[in-house]
Design a protein around this ligand. Structure first.
Ligand SMILES: CC(=O)N[C@H]1[C@@H](OP(=O)(O)OP(=O)(O)OC[C@H]2O[C@@H](n3ccc(=O)[nH]c3=O)[C@H](O)[C@@H]2O)O[C@H](CO)[C@@H](O)[C@@H]1O
Ligand SMILES: C=C(OP(=O)(O)O)C(=O)O
Length: 429
């Protein structure tokens, strides 16, 4: 298993290109199941989750090429995917594939919409909470599907096809919003999704679906209306830049000091996180091409955050922000409201000398002047990168093991950081 060795102390200076968003690319790829024509996606990041999802989609019959190459050549170096689901050959998404990532469960929406049946294993993903699928089930039932759970599989049937309906989610769910929105595009009549997720990835998916011929209104607000159409067609869509990758590198610079331009970043996708970073003393300026972040000499000010659905502070930046706060000049409080088990990085940050106490959903971080390098273990995707960030600002050497988590969601992390002066290398093993 690979690990990453970081020698701390260097400032970050230079340019980091921001990749397409993993969490947008995955549902966009799944949308290819809704049409027998080709969906072309550009700006797709080269990530393990993308490769994994390709395998799942291939199993359903999606033929794909990467920058013109045919499927079978396992070269995902290109960033444009052509996905064609001319025929759905299998409506089962098996445990071996789906258990590796949460988003793969979302195939249930397009499969039942197009084929009127689906059998999808209960999902996996980052171990950050129980992550049930009850909202998906309620949503699909509201569109007329019959659902049973059999042997760890969600079995969905809608013999006459789905019919539009009113779906009100008890709390905001990104995945359930993606799934019901996709399912409703091919349902008969109108669907209204109330308490829908407003995340930029939902908006990106809606834009792509509209380019494919779907009739959708209200994406980006908490009520989305979809008028079903008999069929969707092919389209070309560019994946939105990754706001979590943007925020992660911004936090790294806020921690190490330096001056970095995040090329391609879009500030409106993460205003809340950027406002918090400004409170900590980082300077941020936006241009049409990206954003510049710098912190020169001054210390890190503490700030409190509570994670919330968009447009609030994202849970996917909570671990990285906690890493930053470990070196703040004072006490900060970080409250996690989305996932009940998303503090796994706390005990690893403590190995570097961080002072953090947890009380229920709130972590209180007492900033220290020095972190010291140590061996640490990545527990999930964003926790892993928080350890890398802390390692960049620690004295001496930090080795982060189990970096396969990182490879799920950060494209060329070592490359991007090395180019800005970080001492970071991958150790294969
Ligand atoms: C691949 C992807 O895009 N993953 C993101 C997506 O995950 P994901 O879509 O899985 O997260 P959700 O928005 O669904 O989860 C929000 C909350 O709702 C709960 N819930 C959800 C569905 C359900 O049927 N029942 C239920 O109780 C979850 O357990 C969680 O407590 O949004 C999360 C919240 O922004 C992000 O942290 C993840 O990075
Ligand atoms: C939690 C995440 O991913 P997933 O939902 O795939 O586990 C994430 O992207 O931070």
């Amino acid at each position: 298993m690979d690990s990453i060795k970081v020698t701390g102390g260097a400032e970050l200076n230079g340019i980091i290109p921001i990749s397409g968003a993993k969490n947008a690319a995955l549902p966009l790829m799944i949308a290819s199941l809704l049409t027998d024509e080709t969906l072309t996606l550009s700006n797709v990041p080269r990530l393990r989750d993308v490769a994994q999802l390709m395998q799942i989609l291939s199993n359903h019959g999606v033929d794909y090429s990467v920058n013109g190459k045919r499927s079978g050549q396992d070269d995902l170096a290109g960033q444009t995917l052509n996905l064609t689901a001319r025929e759905i050959v299998d409506t089962t998404a098996p445990y071996e594939l789906v258990s590796k990532m949460r988003a793969s469960f979302w195939v249930v929406g397009p499969l039942v919409a197009r084929m009127h049946e689906a059998r999808v294993s209960l999902p996996g993903g980052c171990a950050i909470g129980t992550r049930p699928v009850d909202f998906f089930i309620q949503g699909l039932e509201a569109l007329g599907a019959d659902i049973e759970i059999e042997g760890g599989y969600v079995v969905v049937k809608a013999p006459g096809g789905l019919t539009g309906g009113r779906v009100e989610f008890p709390r905001v769910s990104v995945g359930a919003t993606h799934t019901i929105m996709m399912a409703a595009t091919l349902a008969k009549g109108e669907t209204e999704i109330v308490n829908a997720a407003r995340e930029p990835e939902v908006v990106d998916l809606a834009r792509c679906l509209k380019a494919m011929g779907a009739k959708i209104e209200g994406e980006g607000t908490s009520t989305i209306r979809i008028q079903g159409v008999p069929r969707l067609h092919g389209a070309h869509h560019a994946v939105v830049p990754d706001r979590i990758e943007t925020g992660t590198y911004a936090m790294a610079v806020a921690m190490t000091g330096g001056d970095v331009f995040l090329q391609g970043a879009r500030t409106e996708l993460l205003e809340s996180a950027l406002d918090t970073l400004r409170q900590t003393g980082a300077e941020i300026t936006a241009t049409d091409e990206g954003l510049r972040i710098y912190r020169n000499g001054n210390g890190i000010q503490p700030a409190d955050v509570t994670t919330e659905p968009f447009p609030g502070f994202p849970t996917d930046l909570q671990a990285q922000f906690m890493a930053l706060m470990t070196k703040a000049g004072g006490k900060s409080r970080i409250t996690e409201t989305i996932f009940e088990n998303r503090f796994m990085h706390v005990q690893e940050l403590a190995r570097l000398g961080a002072q953090i106490a947890i009380d229920g959903r709130t972590a209180t971080v007492e900033g220290v002047s020095t972190l010291r390098g140590a061996p640490v273990m990545a527990t999930d995707l964003r926790a892993s990168v928080s350890l890398v960030i802390a390692g960049l600002a620690a004295e001496g050497e930090t080795t982060v093991s189990r970096v396969y988590h990182l490879d799920r969601g950060f494209e060329r992390l070592e490359d991007k950081l090395t180019r800005c002066g970080a001492q970071i290398q991958r150790i294969s093993g």
